[in-house]
Design a protein around this ligand. Structure first.
Ligand SMILES: [Fe+2]
Length: 261
């Protein structure tokens, strides 16, 4: 079989109809372009949280649902700190365990394990003991796996971001599990920056926000809108030749569409 290709879009921060995220941003336009671009070039599209802008209101999810309906793209969803996980599970008929949005996607030549690191009302993230035991079981068949969640599992060096990453106990537990299995990558969002780092014998990636970047101006965190971006992960038989690629959807995009994977 040829290569498996998965797209990860993160942090679209969609606002309700008629609302604005901030001046100069276009979250709906950016997500629309990324979904259409990614769906033509990959076998599965995953959105790793902060599907909506601020507090998971019904109006925000109306905006998010409108984008999905307008593009017609099937997506796999993950909960972020600006989402309401339980509401998402209900709205989009998502699989879950014990109220958490934890589930596994079978993909060609492997699997994607989606984990719910969001905790309602908190910016930081966590994985509890039950979730880590479930992950251990999900990975025990030895199939090459991507693990996806909203919160990064490593420090970025920015205090404002690192104070809301996955907590230390969760990182320690995740490290133990990942080291035992065939994990090609642990992928997250949340930081609105593109970063990769070694993690537990594999590589952890932070996918940029498709809506806007964070940057530091002195001690302040600033927002910078830009072109839609997403990550593309691909691998061959048995998880061989794993690759991660940052994709930018240019306004004059003329990239070819892969005819086969
Ligand atoms: Fe975000």
């Amino acid at each position: 079989m040829a290569r498996t290709v998965i797209a990860q879009i993160s942090d679209p921060h969609i606002v309700g109809p008629g609302d604005e995220l901030f001046e100069g941003s276009d979250p709906v336009g950016n997500l629309t372009k990324a979904l259409l671009h990614a769906s033509q070039r990959t076998q599965h599209v995953l959105i790793t949280g902060d599907c909506v802008a601020r507090a998971g209101t019904d109006n925000e999810y109306k905006g998010f649902s409108d984008v999905l309906a307008a593009t017609g793209v099937d997506v796999h969803l993950c909960a972020g700190n600006h989402d309401e996980s339980v509401k998402m599970q209900s709205l989009y008929s998502l699989p879950s365990r014990n109220g958490r949005l934890d589930y596994t996607i079978d993909v060609p030549q492997g699997k994607v394990v989606v984990m719910d690191s969001a905790r309602l009302g908190r910016g930081d993230g966590a994985l509890d003991k039950d979730q880590l035991e479930w992950l251990d079981t999900e990975l025990s068949d030895g199939a090459p796996a991507l693990i996806a969640m909203h919160h990064p599992c490593f420090a970025t060096g920015g205090p404002a971001l690192d104070s809301v990453r996955l907590d230390n106990d969760s990182i320690a537990g995740l490290t133990e599990v990942v080291q035992r299995h065939h994990v090609m990558a642990v992928v997250s969002g949340h930081a609105h920056m593109t970063i990769s780092a070694p993690f537990a014998g594999t590589t952890a990636y932070i996918c940029p926000s498709v809506a806007y970047e964070f940057d530091f101006k002195g001690r302040d965190l600033i927002h910078r809108p830009g072109l839609p971006q997403y990550m593309q992960y691909s691998w061959g038989p048995g998880g061989s030749a794993f690759m991660a690629r940052l994709v930018t959807v240019a306004p004059d995009d003329h990239w070819f569409v892969m005819e086969s994977f």
